[in-house]
Design a protein around this ligand. Structure first.
Ligand code: 13P
Length: 255
């Protein structure tokens, strides 16, 4: 049985004082739950604060991206080894906002993915189609190519590392992000099952334990229906992760 995982993606939000209040509420609301994994992925500048406030608790923390490079002349970039210094458990890779805003291709996302697993951190690798791609019947093909980039696109030892750190896949249909228009539980389930089948072609055992979480307008109102589907192993939560009560409710529903 796969443990559910609920991750908050704070995106470009927060301040030292707001984070302190939000994290204190989460700790209070979630400290009794032992059956589910929780994490928050914060802006880089707040990793130190997350580490200070969350070490020794049942909430993990992580970053929202890493550089595709290990080091060197790449002004403003942050490497996987740098975030490892802050004991990050997770890093989001290939989020559609990165893919769209920074022209992040599947190949670049795969390089970042490899950096993360080589640093011993669990990648949360985001896949998902746009509204136009779905309308044209291309959704599965788009997601397949995104998955192939981190499976057949990487060398065997990197995929082995990815298994060792229990890589997570997040299906986030782009048309459902940040607009209240969530995928129906069946739409999400169908894509999660498709992704699990793709992984099974490479490693049948791993496909049974890999966690595939759903993101895109998850709220306390729709979380239970989504999280009850057999192949939905948790959620990647944007807007509601900034509101302690709403994120906590989703976490309680997941558990
Ligand atoms: P929303 O929950 O705000 O739709 O964001 C989803 C998301 O992009 C999480 O990574």
């Amino acid at each position: 049985m796969r443990r559910k995982l609920v991750v908050g993606n704070w995106k470009l939000n927060g301040s030292l004082s707001e984070n302190k209040v939000l994290i204190a509420s989460l700790l209070k609301n979630l400290n009794t739950i032992q059956t589910t994994d929780f994490a928050i992925c914060v802006p880089y500048t707040y990793l130190f604060q997350a580490q200070a406030l969350l070490t020794g608790t049942n909430i993990f923390w992580g970053a929202q991206n890493v550089s595709q490079f290990r080091d060197g002349a790449h002004t403003s970039s942050i490497s996987a080894h740098m975030i490892a210094d802050f004991d990050c458990s997770f890093a989001i890779i290939g989020h559609s906002e990165r893919r769209a805003l920074s022209n992040e291709s599947n190949q670049k996302a795969a390089k970042r993915f490899a950096r993360v697993v080589n640093a011993g951190i669990t990648p949360i690798y985001c896949v998902g189609e746009t509204a136009e791609e779905r309308a044209e019947g291309l959704a599965e093909n788009v997601v397949k190519n995104q998955i192939l980039a981190i499976t057949y696109g990487l060398d065997e030892s990197t995929f082995e590392y990815a298994k060792q750190v229990d890589m997570v896949i997040a299906y986030e249909p782009v048309w459902a992000i940040g607009n209240g228009r969530t995928a129906s539980p069946q739409q999400a389930q169908d894509m999660h099952a498709f992704i699990r089948d793709l992984i099974a072609k490479i490693d049948a055992d791993f496909s049974k334990r890999v966690r595939i979480i759903y993101g895109g307008s998850v709220t306390p109102d729709n979380a239970l229906a989504l999280l009850s589907m057999p192949d939905i192993d948790g959620g990647l939560i944007g807007r509601c992760s900034l509101i302690a009560e709403e994120f906590s409710q989703i976490c309680h529903l997941a558990s």
